[in-house]
Design a protein around this ligand. Sequence first.
Ligand SMILES: [Zn+2]
Length: 251
Amino acid sequence: MEVAFFIFGAVVGSFLNVCIYRLPEERSLVSPSSRCRHCGRPIRFYDNIPILSYLILRGRCRDCKERISPRYPLVEALAALAALVLLRRYGSPLPALVAFVFVCALIVVTFIDLDHQIIPHAVTLPGIPLFTAAAVLVMGLSPLEALTGLFSGIAVLYLIALYYESITGNEGMGGGDVNLLGMMGGFLGWKALLVILPVAALTGAAVGVVLMLVKGKDLKYAVPFGPFLSLGAAVHILLGHRLLPLLFGGP
Ligand SMILES: [Zn+2]
């Protein structure tokens, strides 16, 4: 089962690469088939094996020998690892699979936000109702927990964004971040926000300070927040069941 999950994760990761490049450009996810981004020649099916093909080709296109971004095998390895870790975390295939779909959405959001500083509505708008329903039907969250998570996730970031705008006069956080935290709250419940927000704020601030020191960037050019929210959600999925009892007591 673990091997199957790992291979399945790698194959899905290959599809996530397609989503990451094509969703922001609003291109079809199914056609045309994958091509070299440099010479435009179609990638042969035997050169399209997740992770392995990149290693066999030593990171270069078979036709034009141009470098292939190491991000392709990285995303594939990340998805494969996520599938394996989630199977161990949940111990049974169905919740692991649902959580894996959720983590895949976070991977796509993270890389698109890093590239384009946007969080695509194409992920979060269907994601909010689907993941909230899945949380109740599969993950064992009560409807009250899921709905309060959804609405408090949206409300918290919306208020922070308003406050930030009122003191700095420019828009710090986009509506994409608001929807993303709503999706997370709906799937993980409101208590998850107590893990996600501190992790995202601390890691985001740390990276922001480092960037300011290294690149001399002004804080106005805020780093995209989606990747840090996603990191917070990942920490909650892996460790929330150990961290939250420290806050609330109980087992
Ligand atoms: Zn090429």
